[in-house]
Design a protein around this ligand. Sequence first.
Ligand SMILES: Cc1ncc(COP(=O)(O)O)c(C=O)c1O
Length: 507
Amino acid sequence: MNWLDLFSDFDGSAGGRPLYRRIVDHLAALIQGGTLPGGTRLPTNRELAALLQLDRSTIARAYEELISMGLIYSHVGRGSFVCDAPQPDRTDAWRDRYSNYGGELKQLMECLPDPSVSSYPGAVISFAAGIPSADSYPEEEFAAIIKTLADGNAGALFKFSPAGGEPTLRKLVLEHLAGRSLKASDGELMILSGSQQGIDLMSNMFLDAGDLVVTEDPTYFWAISNFRAHRARIVGIPLDEEGIRLDMLQAVLQKGRVKFIYLMPSGQNPTGLTMSMERRRAVLELARRYNTPIFEDDFSGDLDYEGGPLPPLRALPGAQSLVVYQGTFSKALAPGIRLGWLVAPAPVVERLNFAKRGSDLSTSSLTQTLLSEFLRRGSYGRHLERINALYAARRDTMLGALERSFGESGVKFLRPRGGLFLWMTLPEGMDARTFLSFSEQEGVSFSPGDICYVGKADPCTLRLSFIQNDTTAIEEGVERLFAAFRKYRRALGVQTIDKTEPEHVLI
Ligand SMILES: Cc1ncc(COP(=O)(O)O)c(C=O)c1O
């Protein structure tokens, strides 16, 4: 494609419409007129900016607009391409009114794998999602409780519950947390409609455009997306084998005002890493020294396979005024119940409750009552015992299968002590997205790691969920993964598998 020719009649100095808009119009005309067919790779921001002697941000803005028009799409690390079937120019009233997030969202959605699309003829084994498997749900007991509730006084189920949650559930959640050495008073607690709501409420209450949020890097995709939607600037700090790197965290805290540090100390998403006790204390100490609050997301804190969960940051001495702590019933119990909790200093809870009312008025009374009864019977504790044993066996099966297949391949993987995820790094020169294409051909899928990075993504990384399948499916899935890996290696022209020793600590 001769881009110089294609832009020969483009006059950047002409007045009138904004410059980026004129680039959009120019490229849109080329795409819609068929001069740039589907799949055409566009010049990078830098290349086009140099060609037109313009600022890179102008080109970036134009590309964002073309993305939101459905004319081009962007692949992290690969570039921007013309969509296969260009949409006719849409003229509906919403088209020009998306926030910046609208453009970014479309871009991100292009990167998210669609688990429903597969060319594999049989059943695909998915290691992609962080959700429990169907055989783990306490279906019978829930059915029995629902029947009891329906037979009894169902009137309460139809009413709004208080914004902070049903009183009985609140009491039982506080008891559960006390069992995890986290003591909180009633005024410090709120019930959430799922912990994703906690992330949203924290953003609503604390983030203004341009504010700085520090996260681990990589981190939870939907937290990045939410913080960005609130126009926050995110600084990602890499991890080592004990958790977030202290030296780099300190360097950022020293530089300027950070609104909060978002952390997942247990079973971190996506790496599965659990922060050591020593690192927990050190992070808290650092946060205290720079008077910077921590937002602790303990989404899988109830899942630990090696001697019981470590205490959350919020349970450590001196953390009460500094840490906002949240958890969820989605991972250890069931995601569809949409219930979680948040513990924070009382004045913060008061404000977050206000934001919650602006978000959903109140959490479902039906599910709260249902869960209260499950907790009241002591069933959640028994469920956790069962589920921790089940998931420990699944983790060990996956680790064993990976060792056997990939042990000498140069692939590295972390051994998680809890949570849901196992983090894998392919040898240099390979990338997880191409590996995913090969894997889908073999009937197995996973989550590529690149979408979870705040800074420069490591394209070699990927996330495997080990809780989602039974041990037979895990063994079979890992075999398929290895078959895909061999095909990928062959396609790269590598005939033999490297005889390098496996390593287990690397991010
Ligand atoms: C780290 C983390 N936080 C929060 C959530 C939100 O979970 P839920 O809204 O189902 O409680 C998830 C879900 O995957 C997660 O991985």
